[in-house]
Ligand binder design. Structure first.
Ligand SMILES: [Zn+2]
Ligand SMILES: [Zn+2]
Length: 254
């Protein structure tokens, strides 16, 4: 089966028809989906979706865009969510210096506190990183050690190697399939046992659906491209990314 390691199921315009979208994903071979939060409300919402759908698992966290709007007691609120069944990670969290929706100092503070919480609760982290390689690596070194995934990887191979050395998985999204992308050369060099795939739905639809609203059923296009980058069969990518996701997020084997 394919595992969509990152899909915002509460964000699509198709949310009102979520059952249909999840059924279509199943028909396209997607056996499990991880739904990460971006703030307190969406983290609860992810958990509710996971509770209502056996094949969905949830993560809770404050996204860097939402860092400056986090309530004062967000760590305690996250702790409450993170102790619930079907929570498999803390995320998504990180730094985004591309859009800078929250100011950088607040992003760093909220990120650091959540890394400490992940360590305290022994949970893997789902990392969002845009143009912030150096600061993310610096904060990992301060709070380490960690288990986690660099989601929607967009950095270069040097950064990928630092993440790998720290024990992280690297997850590729639809932008791997875009023409003129530098990502295939990075994907080619990642060891098979550290690769994950994701749709990041409703964003980043893979080719041939680029710029349309994304949904989990399109994950196979990313698996296909990753197989091409790695020079292995689709079946190998399917099997190894399933094993990797089950291991990192401690999912029940199936
Ligand atoms: Zn993200
Ligand atoms: Zn995301």
């Amino acid at each position: 089966m394919l595992i969509d390691s990152h899909s915002h199921l509460y964000m699509g315009s198709w949310f009102k028809n979520l059952d249909v979208v999840l059924e279509r994903a199943k028909e396209h071979g997607i056996g499990k989906i991880i739904c990460p939060g971006i703030d307190i409300d969406s983290s609860w919402q992810s958990l509710m979706i996971a509770k209502n759908h056996p094949n969905v698992y949830a993560a809770a966290g404050i996204h860097p865009h939402d860092a400056s709007n986090a309530p004062a007691d967000y760590i305690n609120q996250l702790r409450d969510i993170l102790t619930q069944p079907k929570i498999v990670a803390l995320g998504e969290i990180g730094l985004d210096y591309y859009r800078n929706i929250s100011d950088a100092a607040t992003q760093r503070k909220v990120f650091r506190k959540q890394l400490q919480l992940a360590k305290e609760m022994d949970l893997p982290v789902i990392i969002h990183n845009r143009n912030a390689d150096a600061d993310i690596i610096h904060l990992f070194q301060q709070v380490s050690p960690f288990r986690g995934v660099a989601h929607c990887f967009t950095s270069d191979l040097t950064t990928a190697k630092i993440f790998l050395d720290m024990g992280f998985y690297i997850s590729f999204a639809g932008n791997l399939t875009y023409r003129n992308s530098d990502l295939p050369a990075v994907a080619e060099a990642i060891p098979l046992d550290r690769l994950l795939i994701e749709t990041d739905a409703p964003f980043l639809s893979p080719m041939p659906y680029r710029s349309k609203e994304n949904e989990p059923s399109r994950l196979k296009y990313i698996a296909d491209k990753l197989a091409e980058c790695q020079g292995v069969s689709y079946d190998i990518i399917e099997m190894t990314t399933q094993n990797n996701a089950e291991k990192l997020f401690n999912l029940p084997k199936s």
